[in-house]
Design a protein around this ligand. Structure first.
Ligand code: FES
Ligand code: FES
Length: 158
């Protein structure tokens, strides 16, 4: 069937199989390979994107369910050539090793800071609790999110 989905402010119309998952639509149909696919059990969270402004695991959503809706992926974090503070935080605090979980972590972190600009460590841990990182032990991811929160606070108009 034909679907139209707005991804990172660009409207795409494509013919898709009704069983196609959103993660595969993004990666294979649109070529947006920043969103990763890491399991068959909906456990790892590396596939997290925003659907109408809310984080979802894109392996649990059919592409046809996104018809008429908006999706934001990690490719949509950078604006006008500038990295999002969350991306800068992951660079500054070494929040990644292999990077496989990183796109999903960043999308969740961005959503968290948009709704809670000064989260505690426990709130950060809870926000990313649906996502697995096999490398970092999570400490540097939490530091990265804190870095982004404090830099956004400094940059905010007083
Ligand atoms: S790919 Fe593992 S939760 Fe989606
Ligand atoms: S950095 Fe390797 S899985 Fe998180």
């Amino acid at each position: 069937m034909q679907i139209t989905v707005t991804v990172n402010d660009v409207e795409y119309t494509r013919d898709v199989d009704s069983r196609l998952l959103l993660v595969h639509f993004l990666r294979d149909t649109l070529g947006l390979t920043g969103t990763h696919w890491g399991c068959d059990t909906s456990n790892c969270g590396v596939c997290a994107v925003w659907l109408d402004g809310k984080p979802v695991k894109s392996c649990t959503v059919l592409a046809v369910m996104a018809h008429g809706h908006t999706v934001r992926t990690v490719e949509g974090l950078e604006r006008n050539g500038s990295l999002d503070p969350v991306q800068e935080g992951f660079v500054a605090c070494h929040g990644l090793q292999c990077g496989f979980c990183t796109p999903g972590m960043m999308m969740t972190a961005r959503w968290l800071l948009d709704h809670n600009p000064d989260p505690s460590d426990d709130e950060i841990r809870e926000a990313i609790s649906g996502q697995s990182c096999r490398c970092t032990g999570y400490e540097n991811i939490i530091r990265s999110v804190r870095w982004a929160a404090s830099h956004e606070k400094e940059a905010a108009p007083q």
